[in-house]
Design a protein around this ligand. Structure first.
Ligand code: NAI
Ligand code: MG
Length: 353
């Protein structure tokens, strides 16, 4: 029996509802596998914790988390209580940076049983590999002067190391799929960092001669996500481009409530963190109607990363089977509660064992 220590941070709002649901599904999956077990350790770090302690996590929080195999997170943010930049940078971004989770992986796939907002979509199944540590989301810059002299400068940072790491990850991933990598660029408008990005892409792709590749400007790429998403396999993008593309990826699937994500420390020196794309949804929190699918699919990604893609696959099958039965939460146009959606997935999961 292999045991894994997982740090659980449900966080705020619906994180408190969907994380327990996903843990139930992961427990059932482990039972089906038979050779795998989880120790879940819960941490109450969220906006209420901040109001009590003046910080989102204890001073030794990062050191504590380093002792775990993986981190399973719901969502953080309660804008009515704590400003978003404090809750985000004090927990989520802090963990991503200090654990060197330099790559963010976000799939978008047409699920069986779900209505995409696209009219007659062909079967799409793509993965965006987003550089997660630098790029446009750097802290370098500042603001000076006031009144009409006001100005702001924000510097984007692209290092050879991080750019190459994201691209290599994309090529390796493509080799396990349909063997095509698309680079999201904008070297026609951004004259230093994006030509650099293109140069690194050319150099990396030379090491993967059997993998097809293309380079597309981000504006055109966004349009193609709507017009012909089925043409893409793996897309590698900078931090900002990847962020925007993946919300679009969630949208063409049918709801942000189903989109999963993983923040990977690819060197496996520190734990990786698995969290859905959606936030804490304060508008529906506490009513038991949130969609657990994003969090459950995120759990599947954790299993994949840990080396159990077969049972990860069973989870995705169970999700699609439940949706095909017509069990849907309100965000998907149905009436199922979080409990009912979770139960339907559990039922289909156990049926496959
Ligand atoms: P959000 O994703 O929380 O909500 C956007 C809309 O989608 C809302 O109408 C919400 O009800 C709906 N929604 C989201 N997830 C759902 C689910 N699982 N089931 C059903 N409906 C769902 O984004 P919003 O409102 O911009 O942010 C709320 C808070 O969450 C903010 O404090 C924000 O900073 C934080 N946030 C945190 C993230 C994280 O921890 N990774 C990511 C995005 C936002
Ligand atoms: Mg985003």
């Amino acid at each position: 029996m292999k045991r894994y220590d997982i740090a659980v941070i449900p966080g705020d709002g619906i994180g408190q509802e969907v994380v327990p649901a996903a843990i139930e599904v992961l427990e059932a999956a482990a039972e089906i596998h038979g050779g795998l077990a989880f120790n879940w350790t819960h941490f109450p770090w969220n906006c209420e914790y901040y109001l009590e302690h003046g910080r989102m996590m204890p001073e030794d929080g990062i050191a504590t988390l380093r002792g775990f195999d993986q981190i399973f997170l719901g969502a953080v943010g309660m804008p009515g209580l704590v400003a978003d930049h404090i809750s985000l940078w004090g927990l989520l971004i802090k963990i991503r940076r200090e654990m060197q989770q330099s790559i963010n992986v976000r799939p978008a796939k047409l699920l069986r049983g779900l209505q995409s907002p696209l009219r007659e979509p062909k079967d799409f199944d793509l993965i965006v590999v987003r550089e997660n540590s630098e790029g446009e989301y750097s802290e370098i810059g500042g603001r000076i002067h006031s009144g009409e002299d006001q100005m702001a400068i924000q510097n984007a940072v692209f290092t050879r190391k991080a750019t190459e790491r994201a691209m290599r990850y994309a090529f390796e991933l493509a080799q396990t799929r349909r063997n095509h990598v698309t680079s999201a660029t904008k070297s026609n408008g951004i004259s230093h960092s994006m030509p650099f990005w293109d140069d690194v892409f050319q150099a990396v792709k030379a090491d993967y001669p059997a993998t097809a590749s293309s380079s597309i400007h981000i504006d055109a790429l966004a349009a193609f996500f709507v017009m012909k998403p089925h043409q893409f396999d793996v897309i590698v993008a900078s931090n900002l481009f990847g962020d925007i593309l993946t919300d679009l990826g969630g949208a063409i699937m049918g709801s942000i409530g189903i989109a999963p994500a993983a923040n990977l420390n690819v060197e496996r020196q520190y734990p990786s963190m698995f969290e859905p794309v959606h936030g804490s949804a304060p508008d529906i929190a506490g009513r038991g109607i949130s969609n657990p699918v994003g969090q459950i699919w995120t759990g599947k990604m954790m299993l994949d990363f840990m080396g159990y893609p077969e049972i990860g696959g069973l989870i995705l099958n169970a999700i699609e089977a439940a949706l095909s039965d017509g069990v849907k939460t309100a965000d998907l146009g149905g009436q199922a509660t979080t409990r009912e959606m979770t139960d339907a997935i559990l039922r289909h999961l156990r049926k496959q064992s």
